[in-house]
Design a protein around this ligand. Structure first.
Ligand code: SF4
Length: 465
């Protein structure tokens, strides 16, 4: 039996290695796929923004605006998140991402300037993710084609402009500024495959000196181990007979390399952004507390004869304003959304951060353990993101008359799966430190407490409110 599993594992490993090499050898096919995606992307981004809003009762099969909305927010976003867990960055960043392809393409003709220090600031992915998430909610990016064109098109334009200024044939935008680069970097740590450089094979290589592979995100290929910044484009596969696409445990990168990934900005992105801000952005429309909050603010404004903030006269690119659709936000409503989402980020992020700091103190390992242990929350963060984004999928399909009786069970399964995986990963991770029984239990209890409000928030989002 064990030889059967060993043979299967060997075959799977070989297949993956060959697949990685095929990616390196068939660049023109990958480029064709990338340009095909660019064409579809621009078509679905630009044409719907020039059309009228869909009439009442329109469906994704009969209305292009609805169809584009479904492709972008119903399929693209949730399944890109899922693909990060399934195959790392290989499918999206490595093959299909139109923004990456355009950033790289424009930088081939650009000025090739040196990348300035401000652009390399490690806080950009966190700041960009939070700002884009909040702004997207203010202009209802999931519901209107103009809003999607503004946010996605603006990001694509930014990627191309950065490419025109900095680097030569590289993806400077993707590495430093892309609003979802940090999220992809974190989520892909749970992927069961990655490109790796075998140090022994690298040192033993005695063939003719090979040309250095062109790595778009500018990774040090020699140290390609647990590098979630790798876009998995496959261009370095087979280099010095040492680099190959390989299977791994989904826990490997967090357990083995997580302690070295000690950026406080990654911790902030995970706790305040992917957990806190994401919960705020997905729950404000469902949470009755938000309605009460807005009513209190509006009542206070009326009592003080301040009527201007209650007017819904902001242009659509500042606040949602589609009077024909009966969908317009007042200034006060927009301010309440910002406060709610940012407060959610601060409450969830601050709570988890404080507990993890305490766990660091209890363990005697301090900040090292805090930054490492936070990464064990990745599965529950990923489950939350997927559940929140796929709620849009279900909503749009519902408009078109498609309903799923099993959706509540599937959500429960995903939420429990993410939570159990995080519990398990936290326990395994703490087991790697020499803590002793009491300290281990104390740290695990503190870590487990982080999971409770996250699970509760998602529970209320789908079953409580
Ligand atoms: S290290 Fe660079 S060249 Fe190699 S797969 Fe990753 S992104 Fe591509």
């Amino acid at each position: 039996m064990s030889s059967f599993f060993a043979a299967s594992a060997y075959k799977a490993k070989n297949r993956l290695r060959r697949f990685g090499l095929a990616m390196q050898q068939h660049r023109s096919l990958i480029q064709a796929l990338q340009w095909g995606t660019v064409a579809v992307y621009f078509t679905l981004l630009i044409i719907p923004a020039c059309l009228d809003l869909p009439p009442q009762g329109a469906t994704i099969l009969h209305n292009m605006v609805m169809f584009a909305q479904f492709v972008f927010w119903g399929i693209w976003w949730p399944f890109v998140i899922l693909s990060m867990l399934a195959v790392g960055r290989l499918a999206w960043c490595g093959v299909f991402c139109p923004e990456g392809a355009l950033a790289e393409w424009s930088s081939r003709f650009g000025m090739n300037k040196t990348i300035p220090r401000w652009l390399k600031w490690r806080g950009w992915p966190t700041a960009a993710f939070i700002m884009t998430t909040v702004y997207g909610q203010l202009i209802s990016v999931y519901d209107y084609a103009q809003a999607a064109l503004l946010i996605l098109g603006g990001s694509t334009l930014g990627a191309m402009l950065v490419g025109l200024f900095f680097g030569r044939g590289t993806r400077v935008w993707c590495r430093y500024l892309c609003p979802v680069n940090g999220v992809f970097n974190l989520l892909s740590r749970l992927a069961p495959i990655s490109f790796k450089a075998d140090q022994q094979a690298w040192n033993a290589y005695s063939g003719p000196p090979p040309a250095n592979p062109h790595c778009p995100p500018m990774i040090n290929i020699r140290r390609l181990h647990g590098v979630s910044a790798c876009h998995m484009c496959g261009r370095c596969a087979g280099f010095r007979n040492a680099v190959a696409l390989q299977p791994r445990s989904p826990n490997e990168e967090v357990l083995l390399y997580g302690a070295q990934k000690n950026s406080p900005w990654e911790l902030r992105l995970l706790l305040y952004g992917m957990i806190g801000v994401a919960i705020g952005a997905f729950t404000w429309t469902a949470n009755p507390a938000f309605v009460r909050f807005y009513q209190t603010v509006a009542g206070w404004l009326v009592n003080h004869n301040l009527y201007f903030p209650l007017e819904a006269n902001a242009p659509w690119f500042i606040l949602t304003n589609y009077p024909d659709h009966g969908d317009s936000f007042s200034w006060a409503y927009g301010a309440c959304i910002i406060v709610y989402i940012l407060a959610s980020g601060l409450i969830f992020g601050g709570f988890c951060s404080a507990l993890l700091s305490l766990a660091g103190t209890v363990s005697g390992q301090g900040r090292v353990l805090k930054l490492h242990l936070a990464q064990a929350l990745l599965p529950i963060a990923a489950a939350g993101l997927f559940l929140g984004l796929s709620a849009t999928t279900i909503k749009i399909l519902g408009y078109s008359g498609v309903h799923f009786s099993w959706i509540a069970a599937a959500r429960l399964f995903l939420l429990s799966g993410g939570a159990l995986w995080s519990f398990y990963l936290g326990g395994r991770l703490l087991g790697r430190y020499t803590l002793g029984r009491t300290r281990f239990l104390g740290c695990f209890a503190l870590y487990s407490l982080c999971l409770l409000p996250i699970i509760t928030a998602w529970y209320f989002m789908f079953w409580g409110w």
